[in-house]
Design a protein around this ligand. Sequence first.
Ligand code: GLC
Length: 565
Amino acid sequence: MSIVDVQNTPDHTEAGEVPPWWRQAAVYQIYPRSFADANGDGLGDIPGIISKADYLGGLGIDAVWLSPFYPSALADGGYDVADYRDVDPRLGTLADFDDLVDALHSRGIRVVVDIVPNHSSDQHAWFQEALAAGRGSVARERYIFREGTGPDGSQPPTDWDSTFGGPAWERVEDGQWYLHNFAIEQPDLNWSNPEVRADFVTTLRFWSDRGVDGFRIDVAHMLTKDLTEPLPSQAALDAMPRDGQHPMVDRDDVHEVYAEWRKVFNSYDPPRTAVAEAWVDKGRVPLYAHPESLGQAFNFDLLQADFAADQFLSVVTANLELAAASGSSSTWVLSNHDVVRHATRYGLAHPERDAEGRPTVKHGLEWLRSGGASSGIDREVGARRALAATLFMLGLPGSSYLYQGEELGLHEVAEISDAERQDPTFFRSEGEDLGRDGCRVPLPWHTDGPAFGFGGGGSHLPQPPWFADYAMSGQQGDPASSLSVYRRALELRRALQTEESLEWIATGRADVLRYRRPNGWEVVTNFGSTPFALDRDDSQVFSAEPLEGALPGESTVWFAPDDDR
Ligand code: GLC
């Protein structure tokens, strides 16, 4: 394992200029409660992550993004934050957090933390104060409280739906209602209130001062709202254009918040970074990725595409253009804590589709409902395509965001009973939506032993017996394992990621894509099932070994620059 100090990461540019690290980083997302459990209580924790620092160092990633580890009643997997400037006592202490930052920095890995500004937890001191202080109080002004409608105010202020299903308003004891765009336990903060704005600046400084390198901004497009009375109906909201003036989402004025944050980020050396989780119309993504705003934004197009050459080609082309429009780099995501793992998506017999026949974010619902019926999935096909897609992605210009466990080729877990489910989307949709627990099951580190080595005790979500086949220890020494392919690609990736562009090379086949980076690295992906004859035999990494000079179906190969070409 190479130990590289983050401040001294080598310069990759030929021009001698050091590009900011985040532009083409491989960022590994950790969902802390499901990564590694040091104290054996069934819940992953910060000391658990520290215990895996060598593993992370050996992966070849540039940064770790930590999903929320803050005090939380876990109404939404930690995205209900009770205190933005502390560590959940079940996960450790602030001192443990500092040790984690040191452990990662000393291995050349930056640290990105999740900031959840749209809503707090209902357990947050501010919300508790608001409940106690009553109507008209300064404390209620930090949230969005309104009187109800109907003769006795017993009806909600509007008919708005929450993102997780069910109404977006909840009534409190004295009869007022508060807005929650997500779970009931996640009251929306009032971003028109300068005190709310100031408090988040304090939070950003708090973590930046502790050495955090960047921030992932949760639902970055929903903070500011125009709540001028009379409030529109849900139907009226749905019919309004999303042009920056919509009362609830993607408002132009949210960038005033981020302009202020940008000043905070830039007051540090090196400047702190941010990436927006913003589900907005494509043309508006550059506003978030702009250097005066958050600086980078997620692009979720690959996780909504089939494993198909035409779809991958158009996603990449469109997103490289968008990145150029803001001056940021593009981001690529195949899996995260909110979606069915890509190994599973690609193996599903019947992925869900929208009215136009495109895959939806809800892939796998039917299969999840079946409890994981083997007739609904071909796990091998899924795993093969997933690895091919990952290698295709890792070679692209821009940052790749990886989700814990995908390096093991891990599949979604469907074998979770209703009683074991945790995701509020399951409860709020009354079981219509099975939620996101299946990608949040604690990782298998060992092929046997308690909780497959996740910790000494249990596991807060059930691990199925087949997790043994994906355990990290079982893949370590096998050069053909998913883990070994990830490691090799991530190691090579550092040489590949120089100038941020690519050139498509004609392949003569609609189901084969080939691109070349300006430094000569080449990536070829065969999305079809017929082998593709290769004109070179000097591959550096492959998702499936080339056979007799041909790239097998559903596989990717990388070639290093060849000076004679
Ligand atoms: C984001 C998170 C998701 C969370 C939601 C509400 O979409 O990724 O996990 O439930 O925001 O905070």
